[in-house]
Design a protein around this ligand. Structure first.
Ligand code: ACO
Length: 329
């Protein structure tokens, strides 16, 4: 008896949504100055590589921008909502405590049936979600998945804390991942170390009818920086080894867009030339779980990432969590 061919998963379409309202470093500096807080375009550019970020309008929900990104991805894949049997949304800024933003997205897209759930791994969320969708497709639990990263971080920023509020933005990115006879996703690596919960967190909660604790992003920037550089290097080497590929074979590196210095350092350590690094942090800021799919879609639509090319996605963020997915696009 012949064994049935191995089942793989492959990205067939990408999409994204960047809110129209662009906030430059100068805009932000003026806003902070009104509260007597000093920052500058020079400081932000030099330390982070961020020139601008985008914020949603009041009333817009995470599911709204997730749906817009998903529609673009479906169109690119030549698929309709009803073809989808799995929706995963990676987000730390859900519409509600529950149900999941994925279920709200499912309703807004008119998808009935299949599974829908959120993944909470902060800035590594999209990498976790993609690895999970790949596993579910390969094991036959799903056939065509929408994998989305969507965030409205502007609502959890403390605009009196200049060490965090200059770093983040809002946005959404999505891919359609489908069962395939030929491999798209080649290998994944996921990790977490809960000993580092405190260095990057929003330590509030809803309890007894009100928000208790602190509902804003808090971060030890230097501790995050040091950890991020080390784990991005080790996880990238691990995923390449798992797939039997070399760093030289990587056409594009699409890292989490947190800080240009972290990204350049990760590429340099791995031996990937800077021109193969997809950079959108300058215009998007750090959009947490949305940053990788937003960067991926931007590079695909610009004609930089082409079918058949090898792409290394790298995530790192609160938890501490980190991971990588290596794929042939
Ligand atoms: N404008 C002007 N000055 C500032 C600002 C600001 N927005 N923020 C901090 N400063 C000041 C500090 O108060 C400090 O002043 P002092 O020397 O008088 O005390 C000085 O700048 C230097 O501060 P550092 O924290 O040492 O600056 P550093 O070079 O470490 O840069 C940064 C800070 C950009 C946050 C950096 O540590 C970093 O990028 N860390 C990684 C964190 C990150 O990327 N987080 C994103 C989320 S995590 C993730 O996605 C993985």
């Amino acid at each position: 008896m012949n064994a049935s061919p191995a089942r793989h998963s492959r990205i067939t379409g990408t999409g994204s949504l960047l809110p129209a309202h662009r906030v430059t470093n100068a805009d932000l500096a003026a806003r902070l100055a009104a509260d007597g807080i000093q920052t500058s375009d020079d400081w932000i550019m030099e330390r982070t590589g961020i020139r601008a970020r985008h914020f949603v309008a009041p009333g817009v929900q995470t599911s709204d921008i997730a749906v817009a990104a998903a529609r673009h991805a479906l169109e690119a894949a030549g698929r309709k909502s009803e073809d989808i049997d799995l929706v995963i949304v990676a987000t730390s800024t859900p519409d509600m405590v529950f149900p999941s933003t994925a279920c709200i997205v499912q309703r807004k897209l008119g998808i009935h049936g299949g599974a829908a759930f959120d993944v909470q791994a902060v800035c590594t969320g999209f990498v976790y979600a993609l690895a999970l969708a790949d596993s579910m497709i390969r094991t036959g639990l799903a056939t065509k998945a929408l994998v989305i990263g969507a965030e409205i971080f502007s609502r959890i920023l403390d605009f009196k804390d200049r060490t965090t509020c200059v770093l983040f933005g809002d946005g959404a990115g999505a891919v359609v991942l489908e069962a395939s006879d030929t491999p798209g996703v080649l290998a994944s690596e996921l990790h977490a170390d809960g000993r580092h919960v405190d260095i990057l967190c929003v330590p509030g909660q809803v309890a007894a009818g009100q928000v208790t604790g602190d509902p804003f992003v808090r971060m030890d920037g230097q501790a995050v920086f040091k950890l991020a550089v080390g784990v991005l290097d080790s996880v990238s080497r691990a995923v390449l080894a798992k797939a039997g590929r070399s760093a030289e074979s990587v056409h594009w590196m699409v890292p989490h867009q947190a800080n240009i210095r972290i990204m350049h350092s990760a590429a340099r350590r791995l031996g990937v030339p800077a021109e193969r690094l997809v950079v959108t942090v300058d215009e998007h800021g750090n959009t947490s779980a949305a940053s990788i799919p937003l960067a991926l879609d931007t590079a695909v639509r610009a004609g930089r990432i082409k079918p058949g090319q090898s792409v290394l996605l790298q995530g790192v963020g609160g938890g501490f969590t980190w991971g990588a997915v290596l794929l042939d696009f």
